[in-house]
Design a protein around this ligand. Structure first.
Ligand code: FSX
Ligand code: SF4
Ligand code: F3S
Length: 387
């Protein structure tokens, strides 16, 4: 929430920043954002609506909406280098593949993506050279985005990339040394991801443990296109890294629990639970806690922003949240279709189980609430059954 002075100060800061970006030339010749949107059948009105949604998503006051639109317009002044490590490319796909071009994916076309292995035409030596020359040309000015976990130690060379056979860790260190800002895109780059799950045969590590520069984590497996684009827009607007939580996640995106934003929350509070997939409760849209939803332990904004051009999100589709934006969720949140309470809160519910969970998942602030959640799921059904 912003009031008075703080809001005016931030507005002035963003206006100043955008003015200086506007004074710079676009990095590549091409059409303006207006022409690009027109070509794709997107009206100015839709674009401004999108800017308002993004402004609200970034937890900025509505007065910032015109500046968010302007930030998108000057996004072609910003060189980006996107590196792939060990992962499934789902993060890139989340952004680039929708049934029709969304404004988010078009913005991504519009920014100056100097290097991105999935979508560039170059390969082999030429790709290697493109990366080197992008780093050289934009020294100190580019945003580095890294997708994927990074093998380390004696197994570092389990991931080698490109014609020179450099390891992933080496490429990250070289690219990070001259970057203006660094974003870890996806849970793999933020926390290690599936390749870091036990027994982690390649000793895969997150980006922040591979390089020494500050990193902003944008987790999710994959993260939504809005969280990726919002992180970029925030940097364009302010030229600084956003406020984050203890896991380096931007607070605007990861400051609230899935459980607190969930459309099935009323069902939870009323003690109405799906007992098995496909039962009557599932058809009626009851709470998914008992079939494994980890929404109470997960911080993300999926219900607000959704995926695939705001179409849906896991819980709307009928499956519980698996906690994909939390550290080490592959190891800590499973089994995915059973409640945590069955495993770590064996009756009687006790502090030992709680501490164990809090320590592994790292949500220490939720200790009391988590005991309450498991207890509620048990007790509310007992009370309901009695009635
Ligand atoms: Fe995949 Fe990205 Fe998951 Fe990882 O997303 S969707 S395995 S977070 O690095 O490609
Ligand atoms: Fe929603 Fe899951 Fe919480 Fe139920 S447990 S209200 S489905 S987040
Ligand atoms: Fe991931 Fe849960 Fe959202 S599984 S996509 S954080 S609803």
């Amino acid at each position: 929430m912003f009031f008075g002075d703080k809001e005016s100060r931030l507005l002035a800061q963003a206006k100043e920043r955008l003015k200086s970006l506007q004074a710079q030339k676009p990095l590549h010749e091409g059409s303006s954002i207006k022409e690009m949107l027109q070509r794709n059948g997107i009206s100015r009105r839709d674009f401004l609506k999108w800017a308002s949604t993004m402004t609200a998503a970034m937890a900025l006051p509505a007065s910032f909406a015109p500046l968010t639109a302007k930030a998108a317009e000057v996004a072609d002044r910003l060189p980006l280098i996107w590196l792939h490590m060990a992962e499934c490319t789902g993060c890139s796909e989340s952004l680039l593949r929708s049934d029709g071009p969304s404004i988010d994916s078009l913005i991504f076309d519009y920014v100056s993506l100097e290097y991105h292995e999935t979508i560039m035409a170059a390969s082999g030596w030429q790709a290697e050279q493109n990366l080197e020359s992008a780093i050289e040309r934009h020294k100190g000015n580019y945003i580095l985005l890294v997708e994927g976990g990074i093998p380390s130690g004696a197994t570092e060379n389990c991931l080698t990339i490109g014609a020179l056979g450099h390891t992933g860790a080496h490429s990250c260190k070289v690219a990070a040394a001259n970057a203006k800002a660094i974003f870890a895109i996806g849970s793999c780059s933020s926390f290690g991801g599936i390749q870091a799950a036990a027994p982690n045969p390649t000793q895969a590590r997150p980006l922040h443990k591979t390089i020494s520069q500050p990193v902003i984590n944008v987790p999710g497996c994959p993260p939504s296109e809005k969280n990726i684009v919002g992180t970029l827009l925030h940097f364009i607007l302010f030229g600084t890294l956003p406020p984050t939580d203890a896991y380096r996640r931007p607070l605007w995106a990861y400051g609230q629990r899935i459980h607190d934003l969930c459309e099935r929350r009323g069902r939870f509070d009323a003690g109405e639970f799906v007992q098995r997939f496909g039962d009557e409760g599932a058809e009626a849209g009851y709470c998914l806690y008992k079939v494994g939803c980890k929404g109470p332990y997960t911080f993300n904004n999926c219900s607000k922003l959704r995926f695939n051009s705001h179409t849906s999100w896991p819980i709307q589709a009928g499956h519980g949240c698996i906690g994909c934006s939390e550290p080490n969720f592959w190891d800590n949140m499973g089994p995915f279709e059973e409640p945590v309470a069955n495993h770590r809160f064996r009756p009687p519910l006790g502090a030992t189980g709680m501490d164990n969970m809090a320590d592994k998942v790292g949500i220490t602030v939720l200790s009391a609430a988590v005991i309450g959640i498991a207890a509620h799921a048990v007790l509310s059904t007992i009370i309901k059954d009695k009635h």
